[in-house]
Design a protein around this ligand. Structure first.
Ligand code: MN
Ligand code: MN
Length: 369
């Protein structure tokens, strides 16, 4: 435990990427830890042109497999060119519009605009930038498939060039050293500048050497799965081929309804509650169950394979975006599991009369009202 805390503390100063650690000690005890992290109510890191705040394993120790950053960019503000050495990046745009540029190892680039309800995915190590294009503030959540990731410890182009001798830059670009005299000497992180003009259509930038797979998926434009208690939109690799390590979903649960008891065999689940209020209970085996109450702005986390349900506790629709660290969506629901077994077996299992199960659902319910 001491070494985990030490590496977590080292990560917090933004100077190094910590290694993957052991399973978080909070899951080893007789009681489960809280699976809620109040990201929305924490102070924001303010930059010229934007804000960011994060929930990594440093802040939220149980979230070992996934981390998130809530970010805003004003029109023209640029989250500078950078890459992430140890995580892929998945994002959901909550408000406003932004433009993304990407490069892959084949030197193929895509430049594309995003609006509310759009998702992006950047494979681990691929270069990218994000710029607010207005009108208004662009708000989005970034999710990374590594809880030890730190958004403040990524690889930024200004940081790199600022720590490269001018004579090397001169050789690299075949230009005089003086060209780089006014370049920043440390990481810019967010830069401010003019709102760029609309993307040219003929030819669109990068379109002559475009990657085969687009980085954008318009999740909110997808027609959702509709249940008695709400709707679910899911974006796995099946819907969004470039998303090779993560699956996302947008759940809207009606007042009083719930996402029924279920578990994900192949993934941990990271959540950002967008509106309304909710209760999530997590079952962690060996008599351990933990219930937490969530409001908009809260982050939730479910370890891989742990049972859980989410209930809308408010009088309005509850909306949550969730991300799983696997490209294939796998979920087993309690109703489907029980329906798949004979009533006699269930009677024996629970020690109650077989007739008890006559009226149980015969299929998965997913989201009862
Ligand atoms: Mn990034
Ligand atoms: Mn789930």
């Amino acid at each position: 435990m001491g070494s985990l805390l030490a590496s977590a503390a080292a990560a917090g100063d933004g100077t190094m990427q910590p290694p993957f650690g052991p399973a978080p000690p909070p899951l080893d005890g007789p009681e489960l830890p809280s699976f809620r992290f109040p990201l929305g109510s924490l102070p924001t890191n303010t930059f010229n042109g934007g804000t960011a705040k994060q929930a990594t394993v440093v802040e939220f120790p149980v979230s070992e497999k996934l981390a998130g950053v809530y970010m805003t960019l004003e029109p023209g503000a640029l989250r500078e060119l950078h890459w992430h050495a140890n995580a892929a990046e998945w994002a959901y745009v909550i408000e406003g519009r932004c433009r993304v540029t990407t490069i892959d190892p084949q030197n193929q680039c895509e430049i594309v605009d995003f609006g509310p309800g759009d998702v992006w995915y950047f494979p681990r190590g691929h270069g990218h930038s994000i710029q607010g294009i207005g009108p208004g503030t662009c708000v989005f959540v970034l999710v990374f498939d590594n809880g030890y990731f730190s958004e403040f410890g990524t690889f930024s182009i200004s940081d790199w060039l600022g720590h490269t001798p001018p004579e090397v830059l001169a050789k690299t670009f075949d230009l005089p050293q003086a060209t780089f005299a006014d370049f920043p000497k440390k990481e810019v992180y967010i830069a401010t500048g003019p709102v760029p003009p609309p993307i040219a259509q003929e030819p669109a930038p990068g379109s002559l050497n475009a990657p085969p797979l687009t980085h954008r998926y318009q999740l909110l434009a997808q027609s959702p799965d509709v249940f008695a208690g709400g709707t679910m939109r899911t974006v796995s690799q099946a819907e969004f081929p470039i998303s090779s390590t993560m699956t996302g979903a947008l759940l809207i649960i009606k007042p009083g309804a719930l996402r029924e008891l279920h578990w994900h065999p192949n993934a941990a689940e990271w959540q950002l509650y967008l509106r309304g209020s909710a209760r999530m209970a997590v079952f962690g085996s060996h008599g351990r169950a933990r219930t937490d109450e969530f409001v908009a702005g809260d982050v939730g986390y479910v370890p891989q394979g742990y049972g859980h349900y989410i209930e809308n506790t408010g009088s309005d629709d509850m909306e949550v975006v969730l991300v799983l660290n696997n490209a294939t969506y796998e979920s087993v629901s309690i109703t489907a599991w029980m329906a798949a077994n004979p009533d006699l077996l269930l009677a024996t299992n629970f020690g109650v009369p077989e007739a008890t199960f006559a009226k149980f659902p015969k299929n998965a319910v997913i989201m009862p009202d």
